[in-house]
Design a protein around this ligand. Structure first.
Ligand SMILES: [Fe+2]
Length: 137
C-alpha cells in the first residue's frame, strides 16, 4: 500500500495532486490483487498506465518549459517504468496469473514510486521552483 502522506511533499502542486491520484489507483489495484480478481487488476493496471502516460508527459512538458538540464535522465526513468507496466499488462492479459506479477505489485511499483518521488521529482520540482522565482523576481 502506498501511504501518500508518508511520501515526501514535492513543492509543485500539480505533482502532488497527480502523485496522490497514482497512489489511489495503485491502492485499488492492490486491494483487487489481494481479492484475486484478475479482471479488476487488469482494468486497474490499464488505468494507472494511462495515468502514468499523461502524468509523465505533464512533468516532461514542465521540464522542457524550464529547460531542466538533466531532462533526458528523468525522461529515461519514465520510459523505463512505462515499459515495465506494459510488460505487466501483457503478461497478465496472456496468462491471467496474478502470482507472476506479485513482486511488481508488492515491491516493484511502490518502491519505484516512493524512490522516484524522493529523488528525481523532488530535485526537478526544486529546479522549476527556483526558475519560477527567478522569472518573477
Ligand atoms: Fe517523474
Amino acid at each position: 500500500m502506498i501511504v501518500f502522506n508518508q511520501l515526501p511533499n514535492i513543492g509543485l502542486e500539480f505533482m502532488n495532486i497527480e502523485h496522490q491520484q497514482a497512489a489511489d489507483l495503485f491502492n485499488k489495484i492492490e486491494t483487487d490483487f489481494k481479492r484475486h480478481d484478475v479482471d479488476a487488476v487488469i482494468a486497474g493496471i490499464l488505468e494507472i498506465q494511462q495515468h502514468c502516460i499523461e502524468h509523465f508527459a505533464h512533468e516532461e512538458r514542465e521540464m522542457k518549459t524550464y529547460e531542466y538540464p538533466p531532462y533526458n535522465v528523468h525522461k529515461q526513468a519514465h520510459d523505463r517504468v512505462l515499459m515495465e507496466i506494459d510488460m505487466v499488462v501483457k503478461q497478465l492479459q496472456s496468462h491471467r496469473t496474478l502470482s507472476k506479477i506479485s513482486s511488481y505489485i508488492e515491491h516493484g511499483f511502490p518502491s519505484w514510486f516512493s524512490h522516484h518521488l524522493a529523488t528525481m521529482d523532488k530535485v526537478t520540482a526544486e529546479f522549476i521552483l527556483s526558475q519560477q522565482a527567478v522569472k518573477s523576481a
